[in-house]
Ligand binder design. Structure first.
Ligand SMILES: [Zn+2]
Length: 211
């Protein structure tokens, strides 16, 4: 298949509420927050992994458009040419997909320059870029709060720069592919990014242009 062009969707992700995307080694930090945000190890700055954006778009769209019979709880791996999920995001564990190659590339999203400057001038409890939020569970009998846990999160108002590339191959319906990715972004806005969405975390808004 011949690559015809690459469409770029780029812009900002604004956190409307605190955002917590956990790092993989958050359990190893004794004495730190109970739950830590993923950060660039070189700079200590939080970022949103492209895999988190891609995964959330995919799972929301799969809820919206339930596809052919598949294993319960597994992403679609049908690999059919008319399956938008497999075409855009890749056929799950299917190396022989006829819809290949995967059309979408989602870059990691770093904090925007303006947010970095804003946060550098503020004193958060720990680190330079994050807030620590104490959360209690309520004892059902006594009604008192107990066992506070400390959750590290990116504060509301922070903005990240994101970039998504869509590879358009000969024979592809460009408008349909781009619209599907835009729909995925809208579905994230209707849901949340990261953890603890049911407790108010991770509300985001995308602003972008398409080139
Ligand atoms: Zn599929």
């Amino acid at each position: 298949m011949k690559l015809k062009k690459v469409v770029t969707i780029s812009g900002k992700i604004e956190c409307k509420t605190g955002l917590c995307i956990k790092g993989s080694n958050s359990d190893l930090n004794i004495g730190g927050a109970d739950s830590e945000v993923i950060k660039n190890p070189l700079t200590g700055e939080p970022y949103i992994p492209g895999s988190s954006i891609k995964g959330k778009m995919r799972s929301q769209l799969e809820k919206k458009y339930p596809i052919a019979p598949k294993k319960e709880g597994q992403p679609c791996g049908c690999g059919q040419k008319d399956c938008m999920i497999c075409t855009v995001f890749g056929a799950h564990r299917n190396p022989n997909a006829s819809c290949a190659p995967v059309r979408i590339i989602v870059r990691d999203a770093p904090l925007s320059k303006e947010t970095l400057e804003l946060l550098r001038n503020r004193d958060f409890e720990k680190g330079n870029f994050l807030e620590l939020k104490g959360e209690n569970s309520i004892n059902r009998k006594s009604g008192t709060a107990e066992a506070p846990r400390f959750i590290e999160r990116v504060p509301a108002g922070a903005k990240f720069d994101f970039k998504i590339l869509i590879q358009i191959f000969e024979g592809d319906n460009e408008d349909k592919l781009v619209a599907f990715v835009e729909e995925g972004l809208a579905e994230i806005e209707n849901s949340y990014l990261g953890g603890s969405g049911s407790r108010g975390y991770g509300e985001v808004e995308f602003t972008y242009e398409i080139k």
